[in-house]
Structure formats: C-alpha cells, structure tokens
Ligand binder design. Structure first.
Ligand code: GDP
Ligand code: MG
Length: 339
C-alpha cells in the first residue's frame, strides 16, 4: 500500500453584505427601505470520481478559494451567490483534519460528496428591519465569513502488479520503460506517479498500478533489511511479476534466483505462491543471455505462456508482456479500490 498525501487550505466564500437603500419612485414622496440582501458565499465540496486516480491535480493548488457572495443591490435586489466549488478526488481518498489528523470523510464509492467548507451567509438589507414603529431603518447586517479548513487528502494505493526480483534485476528500469512506452495498446498515455510506481491505462478505463519495491533479499521472511515490509506489500496485489536477471552477471544462476524468490514468498505466506504470476527474464540484450534463457525455459515447470523474455532497457519484448500482465490483472482484480 502506497500512501500519497497533499495538504490543502480550503476557504469558502464570504457572504455579501446587506445594504441600506431607499425607494426612489416618482410619486412616492417618502420611499421605504429597499436595501437588498447579500448573496451567499460559495461552499467547497469534494466528490469521489472513478475518473481520477491520483492527487496530482492538487499539487499546484494548495490553497483552494471559492467565490464570495456579492453585496445586496438597490430596489431589494439580492446580491449574486458565489458559485459552489466541487473538486474531484479519486476513490479511496481519505479527508483528514490537518491539525488533529481526525478522519473527516472516507470516500469509498463514486459520487459521494463531502462539504469541506461552508460558504458564509449573505447579510440582510435594511428592508428586513422595517416594522410598524420603524419605517426607515438604518440597519443592515454584514455577510458572515466562509469557513476556512486545513485538510490533508490521503490516498491509499494498492498495487495490482507487484514486481518481485533480486536487487539489480531491472525492476526500476522496467517500470520506467513501461510507463514511457509509446501508446499503442490503449488510448491513454502512461503516467509515472512516483519513481517506483507505474500506472498504465488499458482498454479505455482499466488502470493498472505496478509497484517496483526494494529488492527482496535472502532471508527476507526473517525481516532482514527491507524484506518484511516488502512482503506485506505484495499480500494485496492481485498479480505477481517475477523479474529475473538472465544475463548471468557475476556468475548468478537465474534459475537459483527464481527458486530463492519463490522460497522467500512461501516462507512468509504460502498463499502468495497461489497468486497468478508471470515470470520475466530480463536483460536478454546481454551477450550470452540467450543461452541462460534456454536453460531456464527447459527447467520451467509452469505454463510456457507465463514466461516472457525482455530487455527492460531496450524495450524488446515489452508489448506482449504488458498485454499479458493487463489481461491477468483484469481477470484477477481483487483490490478493493478501483483505480
Ligand atoms: P532494480 O534494483 O531491480 O530496480 O534494478 P535497476 O532497474 O536499477 O537495474 C539495475 C541495473 O541493470 C542498472 O544498471 C540497469 O541499467 C541495468 N539493466 C536493467 N535492465 C536492463 C536490460 O534490459 N539490459 C541491460 N543490459 N541492463 C539492464
Ligand atoms: Mg530499483
């Protein structure tokens, strides 16, 4: 689970003032009060939308300010109301009070709406203060202030695909290449949320989040180094992608690496190995890699359709991999939060 946060100051609009004014009709020598009311200040609400998947839009707008109401007019004209502001947030966004950290709202369903700051009320014009004993009131009220709130928005992201690999297997490289692929398989561009997160759009609306998390290490299940937090992470992903360095660099044995990765997962939680997975042999561009790949293929006991050979660096073999990955995620999407 990745948490993205932004802090915002949200100012609702002030209500417009009521005014003092008098009727000025030609044949009425002593016109009565005619001061209009002020308009209401605009409120600011947040609304959940499945069309949005990150808080990026808020990064450049740390202060949100809604319109003030206008002051009242002559002839009892009411001032214009400020136009209420609705800001869209992704599903899974939690709204917190920035100071106390109390949870104010939790967006779990599309179209849910939460009013963050209430606009001020318009003041009353002097017409309101007319009475039988008080025919010409010199009285009005000011509009009230709009609410100002300091909030944080917190978005929890569950990766759909967890990259499992030894250090230097090429996880970061894969994420970065995949998120910059020229878009041929989907009408949306790939976006990079964070250096270690990649979001790819697939077939119009499905969004798939890949996570490149710090490398798994020997004895990860005993919580050495970053191992355990990594493993916790992948518990909720729907698909695993084993990324294997097939170059044989520094005398590494790719098959041993694969077994070790599986062993680490199993030792932590056996059910992890029941997750749907793909195995990806990376760095096929390196001299001698093809031979290692051949040996790996022969040893591979699973469906050959789950085995891919790529160069994360050159992009070779990436398209079929991305397709297979996206399809597998669509079939197995278990994450509670639609992205
Ligand atoms: P990570 O630790 O799994 O994130 O691995 P990195 O993505 O940081 O890659 C480790 C090293 O392998 C870097 O020097 C990369 O440039 C290199 N590398 C990654 N993918 C490839 C590849 O497909 N071919 C080659 N030749 N080098 C690669
Ligand atoms: Mg890395």
């Amino acid at each position: 689970m990745f948490v993205d946060t932004v802090k915002l100051t949200v100012r609702a609009g002030k209500g417009g003032n009521g005014i003092i004014a008098w009727r000025r009709e030609k044949f009425i020598p002593k016109g009565g009060p005619a001061g209009g009311d002020g308009g209401n200040g605009a409120s600011v609400s947040l609304k959940a939308s499945a069309q949005f998947y990150s808080l990026e839009n808020f990064r450049n707008h740390r202060i949100i300010k809604a319109d003030d109401g206008q002051q009242g007019g002559q002839s009892n004209r009411k001032g214009r109301n400020g136009k209420d502001l609705t800001l869209y947030v992704p599903l899974g966004t939690i709204v917190k009070d920035a100071q106390t950290e109390a949870i104010l709202f939790d967006f779990t369903e599309a179209s849910q709406e939460y009013k963050v700051s209430q606009g001020g009320r318009g003041g009353k014009g002097n017409t309101h203060f007319k009475s039988s004993t008080h025919q010409a009131p010199y009285q009005f009220t000011e509009g009230t202030a709009g609410e100002i709130k300091e909030i944080t928005l917190e978005l929890k992201l569950i990766a759909d695909v967890g990259l499992v690999g030894m250090p230097n297997a090429g996880k970061s490289t894969l994420i970065s290449t995949v998120t910059h692929l020229p878009v041929k398989i989907a009408p949306y561009p790939f976006t990079t949320l964070r250096p270690n997160l990649g979001l790819l759009a697939y077939k119009d609306h499905a969004r798939i989040l890949l996570a490149d998390i710090p490398g798994i290490i020997r004895d990860a299940h005993n919580d050495r180094g970053l191992g355990l937090s990594f493993l916790k992470h992948i518990e909720r992903t729907s698909v695993l992608l084993f990324l294997i360095d097939i170059s044989g660099w520094e005398g590494r044995d790719p098959w041993e690496d694969f077994l070790l990765l599986r062993h680490e997962l199993q030792a932590y939680d056996e059910t992890l190995l029941q997750k749907p997975f793909l195995v990806v042999l990376n760095k096929i561009d390196v001299e001698g890699a093809e031979e290692h790949a051949e040996t790996f293929r022969k040893a591979y006991p699973f469906d050959p359709a789950t085995l891919f050979v790529i160069s994360a660096q050159s992009g070779e073999g990436l398209k079929p991999l991305v397709h297979a990955m996206a399809e597998l995620v669509m079939e197995n999407k278990t994450a509670a939060l639609p992205l």
